[in-house]
Design a protein around this ligand. Structure first.
Ligand code: ADP
Length: 250
């Protein structure tokens, strides 16, 4: 009995310690990201001024270097934005409350409108869309990332017009959502690792992005006691699925 008590106390102390380290790490990421933004903005805007004013005074190599500074600062700004999103997601917990999915998906569609139009994607949202218990601040990020990817990774595939379908089915006390595209697809060997933080299968030159999107999706879905996975083959489109339990309680 005493031995069991000692082990329990040790475990509780270790848990407390880990929570403290986790919190400090989170604070560090948050503060460092904020502090990095200001000097980065300065580098970006001065390099931008030089780009505009000195193009004709510089030799081609210097123009190239300057272009790389501007691209590099833009890329770093995107990474910092993603780090801030990740830190916000892990730090803040919002209550689960009834959220009208039709309204949620409509607002995501609006945010993606220009990319959808540019890529001539046919986006079909399948009715009915119920009202579900979830985090109303974080759940839009899930749809945003999945639909954005579906549009992005279908946009350059030659042949078919890009098509994206979004829908939901209900079973065994769960809601199961899908976001399906007819894009470039993913090799089954890579299905696991694409959900890792900053993992990408493509270079920045091929497709814009930082590799944080699916990690954010996975973190949010796991907070909802759900699961996310993909079914896909190279060249044959992808379907991302995720579940959340019905009647989630905060
Ligand atoms: P990002 O899109 O910024 O690279 P994500 O974390 O959203 O980052 O996705 C990780 C990787 O998974 C992507 O780089 C891409 O290779 C692959 N991926 C994600 N969604 C799709 C999709 N719908 N079709 C094909 N590949 C995808």
């Amino acid at each position: 009995m005493t031995e069991r008590k000692i082990t329990e106390e040790l475990l509780a102390a270790e848990k407390k310690n880990l929570e403290k380290v986790n919190h400090e790490l989170d604070q560090f990421v948050h503060i460092a990201s904020h502090d990095l933004r200001a000097p980065l903005r300065a580098i970006g805007s001065f390099a931008g001024i030089l780009q505009k004013d000195c193009q004709d005074k510089l030799d081609p190599d210097s123009v190239d270097s300057l272009n790389q500074i501007v691209t590099g600062t833009q890329r770093m700004t995107e990474l910092i934005d993603d780090l801030l999103t990740l830190s916000r997601i892990s730090k803040v917990t919002n209550p689960f409350e009834p959220v009208n999915l039709r309204e949620l998906i409509n607002s995501v569609k609006k945010r993606l409108q220009s990319d959808i139009e540019k890529s001539r994607t046919v986006l079909t949202v399948h009715e009915p869309l119920p009202t579900v218990q979830c985090d109303r601040i974080k759940m839009p990020e899930v749809f945003m990332n999945l639909i954005n990817n579906a549009v992005k990774y279908s946009s350059k595939k030659s042949g078919d017009q890009p098509r994206v379908d979004v829908g939901i089915s209900e079973r065994d006390g769960l809601y199961e959502f899908f976001v399906k595209d007819n894009g470039i697809g993913i090799d089954p060997e890579d299905h696991q690792q694409i959900f890792d933080m900053f993992k990408r299968l493509h270079s920045k030159d091929e497709y814009e992005g930082t590799g944080a999107g699916l990690y954010i999706v996975k973190t949010i879905i796991e907070e909802h006691n759900g699961r996310v996975w993909v079914e896909s083959r190279l060249g044959q489109g992808s379907t991302f699925y995720f579940t959340i339990p019905k009647n989630l309680k905060s």
